[in-house]
Design a binder for this molecule. Sequence first.
Ligand code: ADP
Ligand code: ZN
Length: 742
Amino acid sequence: MLSLTANRQAFADLSFLPGQMVAVLLPLPFGGSYDYLVPAGWPALQAGDFVRVPLGGRQCEGVIWGAASGTVAPEKCRFIAELLPVPRLPVVSLQLIAWVAAYTLSPPGAVLKMAMSVPAALAGPRVSLLLRAAALAPPGLRLTEPRRRVLAEAHQPGSASDLARRASVSLSVVQGLLEAGALETVVMERKAANAEPDWQHPGPVLSEAQAGAATELRQRIGSGFSVTLLDGVTGSGKTEVYFEAVAEALAKGRQVLVLLPEIALSAQWLERFRHRFGALPMAWHSEVSDVARREGWRAVLEGRAKVVVGARSALFLPFADLGLIIIDEEHDGSYKQEEGVIYHARDMAVVRGRFGAIPVLLASATPSLETRTNVETGRYARVHLPDRHGGAQLPEILLVDQRRHPPARASWLSPPLLEALGQTLASREQALLFLNRRGYAPLTLCRKCGHRLQCTNCSTWLVLHRSAQAHGPGRLACHHCGHWRPMPEICPDCQAEGCFAACGPGVERLAEELTKHFAEARIAVMASDTLTGPGDAAALVARMEARDIDFLVGTQVVAKGHHFPFLTLVGVVDADLGLAGGDLRAAERTFQLLSQVAGRAGRAQHPGRVMLQTYQPEDKVMMALASGDAARFYAAETADRRMAGMPPFGKLAALVVSGADAAMVDEVARQLAKSAPNSGAVLVFGPAPAPLAFLRGKHRRRLLLKAPRQTSVQSLLRTWLRLVKVPSAVRVQVDVDPYSFL
Ligand code: ADP
Ligand code: ZN
């Protein structure tokens, strides 16, 4: 696999002297490297040095990438303008960038852009102008009591408002002292003075099984590259156990990266980290402020940030000395980035681990088939936690056959589930109703003519939203392109007035149905669009913990990681939903998601139960969930994939051809099919209209390449793509190891 190796040699031990030409990689979406000259009188430059170079009429920041490509004649070559005052990008980061670019067939500049996501951090340390007491008080200074207090405080520098606050005086007092020369200005480098996680901070007493697992994980730290699967049922204490590995890495002075899905929602995880290590880790995700990003990026590069917890993009942070990577919920689909550089963060983390010669831990209660297979073949090690912590029982899982227990008309809760909800409410416990559908209703149609309200930019139905939080009352939204509009008054097709019918449930509609049945219950909805930020999620979690909520209705954002001791009933409203699409991983994904949702029930002293509403109780996924026989389910799935030569036993790569002009898109897709590398075991399917055949105003066609495991799909793809001329109005997107087939 590492034959795509961007080898160390290409980056290490190279230095470029004044007068020499050197390749500089620029963080541009379609960019590669460009040659520049090292100016006379400069120190020797090395790969990874951050520089500023002229590009056309402007200047651009980039990194020294290696030997010049020689495509520019020396006399035409321009000089590097500036060496930036930042430590250089470590060789391991350069290797990762080169490797990810080669593996995903992306321009290296696009990958560098992910590593240089905070251009402002290159501007050198941030400084503040602070005030402190002058060494010599000016003669004849009038000393009032407020002034005396300020001067006493000002032995420790601070901003004017800081000093005013500390001395409890008005700003004008400080201003007066400055004008009188009793205070002077000092320039200070601003560094966040965050408390560091303390590995010596006492942790919980581990059970025997947990302690054994923790010891094994601790031994990996500092012993080179390894990948270990930490698997154990939900609530077995995987987090507590991998915290021990974090402690070990910190004790050895190394940095740690923890990747979580839905990082913006992980308030509970952060709290547990603080509890364990006495301080918060550095967080890295889309909600982090610009200032924190700028400081954080530098702290990672300078080795000051010891533990980073983040979304997949954190993998590309410039760690000075990373010693451990943990991927929590390693099976989670959100690790796959589907836009720009299309990559799988779990797989790239393993590559990063190998380049850095460090251990990688993959934690999950429902490991992916890929990871399980790697364990079976001995590539990955496995550490197992067999039981829930503290004797908590796994919940009982019941299938509710919707054919035998149909819900009433225009409602979605079956009599057995309603009864269980009533019991839960009566015993003052909590219930979670899970439905992976945002909004009020997934489809709105005209009762007269059957016309369905569709997005104008996409081949999708518009989703009706009624809650004021989300899109305002009675709005129709496209979940793919963000387009929305108010509910029309007349049908665009038959002009009938006010006869639209909402079809099917979303979480909002379920909440409404619950209110009808349980007027006294306190009900809350949790979905990505009802939360406007991590604060919202934290507030909801706190209300759940305080038992201010009886019934929580949620999408998959509630499935992940939360621990609510009084949550004893989980109702899955439409367990069959995920099976519908029928892609390669539909069964596996449904099993994982529903296991995870089910795992929210009965995590403490109170035993939990889970009810799955289904129309196909004899489906293999439903049977596996009800019987708890995960091993058998996975064995059958594995056998199927092996037979079919599907991942992880074979390789897939998808091409998505898109553009505004359908005829042009079809033509490119046809040309691609004509020059496809069909031979022997390599098969190309398509072109076929994508399931989302029209998305954000673009027509889309798909081709799928299937090849045996040992094939270098990258070289096949490169050769193939060179054969077809693609007009600029058409885009061909390459997705190596596709997870989405839409
Ligand atoms: P998992 O990640 O496997 O789902 P967690 O690590 O979240 O499990 O543990 C489940 C719950 O049990 C958490 O509230 C955790 O704090 C608690 N727990 C696990 N192990 C211990 C322990 N050894 N001592 C005290 N509490 C523990
Ligand atoms: Zn749309």
